[in-house]
Structure formats: C-alpha cells, structure tokens
Design a protein around this ligand. Structure first.
Ligand code: GLC
Ligand code: CA
Length: 578
C-alpha cells in the first residue's frame, strides 16, 4: 500500500522592493502532489492538428506541437478520447478501449506521444468514458443478441410497458427518451446520451472489473491519469429515476481507486455536473481515496436560463459569479482540491462568454486568464484559449457538427421554439464553438490541415492564430506563459488562503491570497467600462512587485484606483509595507 507522506516543505520566496531583497522562509506541512502546481492543457484531437492531410486532427499532429506546448509551460495534456469509435459523439462513444481510432493514428503513435510528452515533462491524461460505450462495442453487440447472452447484463435493459411504450419518462441529455427499443429481444436499453451510447450497468461486478483492467492497462503504459467523463452518473439507480449522485457512486470510486490508480502517482479529475461543495469534498479529500479533484460547473451555468438551460442564455452577473467562486474557494480551502477552468470542448469560448470578443478581445482574454490563474486549484486551459479564440456564427446548425446541438435543435424547434431563438442559443452555447479547428497561422485552413477540415474554421483565423501570437510579446499567449510560470515560482498561488476584496462591487473581481508572509493582491475589471474607486485603509499605500498586468505594470495601491476597461493586474506585496 502506498503510504501517503506528510512532506515538510520549505517555501522560499523573495520579495523585491526598493532595491532590497528579503528572503522569507516558512515551514508548511502539506501533502504535496505534483498536480498541485501543474497546469493542464486540454486537446480535442479532432480539431488540434492534422498531420496526414485528411482534414481530421490526429496523434502525429499532436506530437508535432509538443514543442509549442512545452514553450507554453503546461505540465499535463488532457486528451479528449482517441479510442476506436464510430464517432457518433466524436469519440465519446468508444467501441474499443484498448485501441486507437484509425483516423487519429495507431497504438504505436499513442505510445510515442506518451514518450515524447514525457521527454518534455508533460504527462498525458486519458479521457475515461465508462458511463456508456458505443453501440458498436463488442459487449453491446453481444448483449443485444439475446436476453440470456453473457454480456446482456453489462447494459441496462427493461421490458416495455404493457402498451409497448418505454419503461418510464426519463430523458436523454441529447434529446428524446433515455430508452431505445431493441427489436431483436423486445426490450428497451437505457442511454443518457445518444442512442448509440448505451449506458453500462455499473451494478454488475463484471463491468467494474473490465473497466479496472482496462484502466490498469493504460496506467501500465505510463499515462499521467484520467479525466473521467460524466463520472457522477455511474452510481445510478435507474428504476428509482436516480442518475446523478446515485447511492453507489462513492463506493464505486473507492473500489476503482483501490483496484487501479490508488497506488500510482497520477491525477484523476471527474466531470461532475451535479456536484456541490460538500460532495466535492467526498470526491477529493485525500483520506477518502477517491479522486484528485472534480470539475464543478456552477460558475458556467450562471449564464444559462434557470428553467430552460443553456439554449436560452442569461446575462452574466458578476456578483453571483463572485459568490460562487468564493464559496468553492473556501469550501475546498483546507481539504479537497479545486479545478479551475473557463471552458472545455463542451462549452463556448471564454472570451465570448465572459469577456468582449470584439473591441477588447485581447484585454479581456488576459483579464480572464489572470482572474482564474491566481485562484487556488489546478487550472485547465482549453486549446485555443491561450490565443483568445472566439465563438463562431455559422448559418446552419449542421455546421456545428454536434450530436447535442442537432438533437436539441430538432427537439426544441418541433416543440415550437423558433429557428432564430434556437440559433441564438447555439451561437451562445453550442459545443461546436469550442471545436472549430485550432488556429495555427494565417495560411489556408488556419494551418490546421492541408485538406478541407472536418469542421469549418472560424473566419477570424487570419488575425487570431498562434504564429501571430508567438511573434507579439504583448499577446494573450505570452500572458498565459507568465501565469503558468508564476504558479511554479510562487507557493502562495498554489497554497495560499483566498480572501475576497470589494465583494459587492458590480464590476470588480478582486481577491487576496496569503501564505505566511507572502501576500498577493489580484484586481480584475470585468467590464468594458473604466472603474474609479477609493481604496479602503487596509489596502491603501500597499506596494510590491508587479507580477502580471494587461495595461502597464502596477506595483503600488494608492488612495484612488482607476482601472481601464478590462484592466487586470496582480501585485506581490512587499511585506515591509503590509
Ligand atoms: C461528457 C463529455 C461530452 C460527451 C458526454 C457523453 O459530458 O464531455 O463531450 O458528449 O459526456 O460522453
Ligand atoms: Ca489526419
């Protein structure tokens, strides 16, 4: 058994001010994990880089960009699924967990990616999609053959009601019933996503063992851990209508931990839409031996209508947002761990949702990055975020190439929602916004591919691309490099306490971080309007080192503070002045 050690760590920090250098040393007892100060970069392989010119991103394409990722400074790649799959949900429908989809490459290339990444101190997180498989997985092909097939019980089957209709009213997340009738055996199977993604029956110990074996097979290949797709659904009790946070969830995770990664030094992060801070502690308190951390989405759903969900966007309210972030920062302040993110492959682009993708695109993208990267937790960057990629407005829903957008477009327009209203929802929140090809340069197809890409590129690639950003010292990309580096250098960013500032202010998101003598102040104007304010006595006159800013450097807090639109900065306070 792995003995978890309490590692006394000497934390050093040097604070420079007025030409003096003062060494601060403090002993902190924490169980340090490599992922505490790591920054994760998510790759959606289909849209990242196409090496063989078929219009689809691939593993060789990713290997070709590892130097770029190393320059950015990230430590981990979360790779969205690359397993063999009929791609009904672009790889979140897996037909062979131990092989690679031919359009992405081969197992040998996957091994090369793990090794090449390791040479650059980058670990690979595999996406573990085990709430469901593809309907083309051999288990399901067997299961649907007959009611007494040995694999039948790997999935969730129920008899029709007497009138032949589905067993109950449960709905799929992609629209329509969660039950699909299978004529061969005269029963319905359960699917919380598309009907080509049948849910696995986690009550079956054989399913648990198969998944554990597969996880160990990947761990033996030297991967850095797992991102666990919709993991909060696996403890479900379908007959009671319980899907999220089911009664078996935490036990299943503890068993998984013991049977697989518990003894290995890896990062595990669960996708948990239904999590509360209390539940997050269950997942991430080290003593419970479940996961390293989970993704919570409370700050994301603030821009969704409370009844209607993501297809009816709601205006962002900064005070609500601050309440949510503050709650999570303090709930997981001393035990458990937060993940920090603005976007992923299922969410719109951060700068479009929370910033200004037009006039202040660069300023607001940097502000968002600063606001997030100084929080306590592990930051995740989604491909293209580091260059401020934006949402896209395609005329047709088809161009978004997404099972969810298409399914819900059909369902909602049939139910009477107008095309225009639905398209507004799609422009704001379709997953396709995140999946347009990565913008590498200003050449044709944004340098993503020599062939026509599987999905249209965002027409703004001529201005917004990696090549331009690399050449410009004032780019968003360079700002991210600074933020990632600071997290490595300053333990206060990783371990410090979080204290909100200007809590009631409608435009400012500001906070302090403190660890022993180290003290940081982070101030972000979340609006396109300038802000002028009087500083309270507790902050007035403080000075220190300017760590990062998006206008000029800032190293003093005077009596008055005037901020430009979306201005944002962080100061490491000189403890002499505090
Ligand atoms: C998760 C994934 C999403 C996928 C769904 C079903 O939410 O992030 O992309 O469609 O699970 O696997
Ligand atoms: Ca390709």
């Amino acid at each position: 058994m792995l003995i978890s050690k309490l590692i006394p760590e000497m934390l050093h920090s040097s604070v420079e001010s007025l030409g003096r250098t003062k060494k601060l040393t403090r002993v902190l007892i924490v169980e340090t994990k490599w992922w505490h100060n790591a920054v994760v970069y998510q790759i959606y392989p289909r849209s990242f880089a196409d090496a063989n010119g078929d219009g689809i991103g691939d593993l060789a394409g990713i290997i070709g960009k590892l130097d770029y990722l190393q320059t950015l400074g990230i430590n981990v790649i979360w790779l969205s699924p690359v397993f063999r799959s009929p791609m009904d949900d672009h790889g979140y429908d897996i037909s062979d967990y131990c092989d690679i989809a031919p359009e992405f490459g081969t197992l040998a290339e996957m091994e090369a990616l793990i090794a090449e990444a390791a040479r650059r101190d980058i670990r690979i997180l595999m996406d573990l999609v085990v709430n469901h498989t593809s309907d083309e997985h051999p288990w399901f092909i067997e299961a649907r053959k007959s009611r007494d097939n040995p694999y039948r019980d790997y999935y969730i089957w129920r008899a029709p009601r007497t009138d032949g209709s589905a067993p109950d009213e449960q709905r799929s997340n992609f629209g329509g019933s969660a039950w699909e009738f299978d004529a061969t055996t005269g029963e319905y199977f359960f699917h919380l996503f598309s009907k080509r993604q049948p849910d696995l029956n986690w009550a079956n110990p054989q399913v648990q063992q198969e998944v554990h074996q597969m996880m160990n097979w990947w761990l033996d290949k030297g991967i850095g851990g797992f991102r666990m797709d919709v993991i909060d659904l696996i403890g479900k009790e379908v007959d009671r209508g319980i899907t999220t946070n089911g009664p078996h969830l935490h036990q299943l995770l503890q068993e998984m931990n013991a049977a697989t990664f518990g003894e290995r030094d890896v990062l595990t992060v669960g996708e948990t839409w239904g999590v509360t801070p209390e539940i997050a502690r269950l997942y991430s308190e080290p003593a419970r031996r479940e996961l390293s951390m989970v993704f919570q989405f409370e700050h994301i759903t603030l821009t969704w209508d409370q009844q209607d969900g993501k297809w009816t966007p709601r205006a962002f309210d900064l005070r609500e947002f601050k309440g949510v972030i503050g709650k999570w920062q303090s709930a997981l302040g001393d035990t458990g761990w937060n993940s920090l993110f603005w976007n992923n492959h299922d969410l719109p682009r951060a700068v479009s949702s929370y910033g200004d993708p037009g006039r202040y695109r660069v300023e607001s993208a940097k502000m968002l990055a600063t606001a997030l990267h100084f929080l306590k937790g592990t930051p995740y960057i989604y491909q293209g975020e580091e260059i401020g990629m934006t949402n896209v407005r395609f005329e047709s829903v088809e161009d978004y190439q997404d099972a969810e957008s298409l399914g819900l477009y059909r369902e909602r327009t049939l139910a009477g929602v107008s095309h225009e209203a639905m398209m507004e929802g799609i422009y704001a929140n379709s997953r396709g916004n995140a999946r347009t090809p990565m913008q590498w340069d200003a050449s044709e197809n944004a340098g993503f591919s020599h062939a026509e890409p599987w999905m249209k590129v965002n027409p703004n690639y001529r201005e917004i691309n990696v090549a331009t950003a690399l050449d410009d010292p004032g780019s968003i990309l360079h700002h991210y490099r600074v933020l990632i580096r600071l997290r490595k250098e300053r333990p206060v960013i990783v371990h410090g306490d979080y204290r909100p500032l200007f809590d009631e202010h409608p435009q400012l998101f500001a906070y302090e971080r403190r660890l022993g003598d180290q003290r940081l102040v982070v101030i972000n104007n979340f609006s396109g309007q300038p802000v002028a304010l009087e500083l309270p006595a507790s902050l007035r006159g403080l000075a220190g080192e300017s760590l990062v800013s998006n206008y000029g450097p800032r190293n003093v807090l005077g009596q008055h503070l005037t901020l430009q639109p979306y201005e944002s900065f962080a100061i490491a306070l000189d403890t002499q002045t505090t």
